[in-house]
Write a protein that binds this ligand. Structure first.
Ligand SMILES: *Cc1c(COP(=O)(O)O)cnc(C)c1O
Length: 389
């Protein structure tokens, strides 16, 4: 053969792979098949790289096991998992009920995209009773979208009860379980049909990679989600899948530490003069603590605080005085973060008066005493700015 041809063929027969602790990061669009019959045998062989290779398979198996699912689907972001799962099960003429505390970009998708495709969207108060929610649902309702706790205001919904009532009416339920990370709370075990999470947050755990997952316990529903990905043409990179699997190894350890630190910091915040209320269902005495205690095995590091009334300027002064808390959206990484919430709350359908401005904190893996010292400086700045004319 000529050298051109030899270069094309060179190195193709890699030795048998050494056995590392993690899966190989297989890269490939083309998948070579063993014989002609295998070309069209989709059931027996992966015939194209978009379906996922070694690291994808390892990750989906691990996620399905954690969530108690028939299978797990991977999406290029958490938002893509939410939108992809909705597109997979909804059709024109359907109605979808969405908890008003839903992640804001999900709301944007519902309003800007679902509405254009003939799906009606109705938002409901996340504190509404399951009986009223399902009882008042029209016959067109196909899906109820939940997020418990809501990732800004931390309201909890009784997912088990909603799932039970919805099932009796043939309505599907889907939960954005990013707060529970598939570990602290397992929606499928409580009867929810589709469990979605932004792996970007706690599973990744290092604020450096995007991915989302959707899991279903029912095999047919899982196939439907999986077909949805094929129809939309989405794929995630093998390196990212590997990184998510690596994050999964330390997920329980990180969550245990971050949840404990968050409880310590939240209890301290609750005792401060500048704080009206801590919104953190894991905190004894907080709103919805009973539901959290009934269904959850632990807490993560994300909660919000209602401050005593002062101007938006004072909230900015608090945030700007912090040095250990980064100012940034997202959460679930090893680092502490803070944001002001009110501009996002103003986009809700059903506005609520919390009695003061809201700030959301994500507690990372720093020592909680250092975080408390930083927050004291922030609250001092808040108090001074609140008094300023
Ligand atoms: C971040 C987040 C998402 C979206 O995840 P991305 O990977 O950033 O698209 C969805 N739901 C919740 C609750 C989130 O916090």
């Amino acid at each position: 053969m000529d050298e051109e041809t030899r270069l094309i063929r060179a190195g193709l027969h890699a030795e048998e792979l050494a056995r590392t602790v993690g899966p190989p990061i297989q890269k490939g669009s083309t998948v070579l098949l063993p014989n002609a019959a295998a070309l069209y045998d989709d059931d027996a062989f992966v015939t194209y790289g978009r379906k996922g290779l070694a690291s994808h398979t390892a990750l989906t198996h691990a996620l399905a096991q954690m969530e108690g699912a028939a299978g797990a689907c991977l999406y290029p972001s958490g938002l893509a998992a939410l939108t992809g799962a909705m597109l997979a099960v909804l059709e024109a003429g359907d109605e979808v009920l969405v908890a008003d505390c839903i992640y804001n970009p999900t709301r944007r998708f519902c309003d800007k995209v679902l509405a254009r495709y003939g799906v009606a969207v109705r938002y409901f108060d996340p504190e509404q009773s399951p009986e009223a929610l399902v009882g008042e649902a029209s016959d067109k309702v196909r899906l109820i979208v939940l997020e418990s706790p809501g990732s800004l205001t931390l309201e909890m919904q009784d997912l088990a009860r909603i799932a039970e009532l919805a099932r009796q009416r043939g309505i599907l339920t889907m939960a954005d379980n990013t707060w529970g990370a598939g570990y602290l709370f397992k929606p499928l075990e409580h009867g929810i049909d589709i469990s979605v999470q932004a792996l970007t947050k706690y599973v990744g755990g290092h604020s450096d990679v995007f991915m989302g997952s959707a899991c279903a316990r029912d095999e047919r529903l899982f196939r439907r989600l999986d077909d949805g990905i094929m129809h939309l043409g989405w794929a995630v990179s093998p390196e990212d899948a590997y990184q998510m699997l690596r994050g999964l190894r330390t997920l329980p350890t990180r969550l245990e530490r971050q949840g404990a630190s968050a409880l310590k910091v939240a209890a301290w915040l609750q005792a401060q003069d500048e704080v009206a209320e801590v919104l953190f269902p894991a905190l004894p005495g907080a709103r919805h603590h009973h539901l959290w205690k009934r269904d959850w095995r632990g807490a993560c590091g994300l909660f919000s605080v209602v401050l005593k009334p002062a101007s938006a300027h004072a909230v900015d002064a608090l945030l700007d005085a912090l040095s250990l808390f980064g100012l940034g959206f997202s959460w679930g990484g090893f680092e502490s973060l803070a944001i002001s919430c009110d501009p996002q709350l103003n986009k809700r359908r059903l506005r609520k008066d919390y009695g003061g401005p809201l700030v959301r904190f994500h507690i990372g893996l720093e020592h909680p005493d250092d975080l408390i010292a930083d927050l004291r400086i922030g609250l001092d700045a808040y108090r001074i700015a609140a008094r300023a004319p």
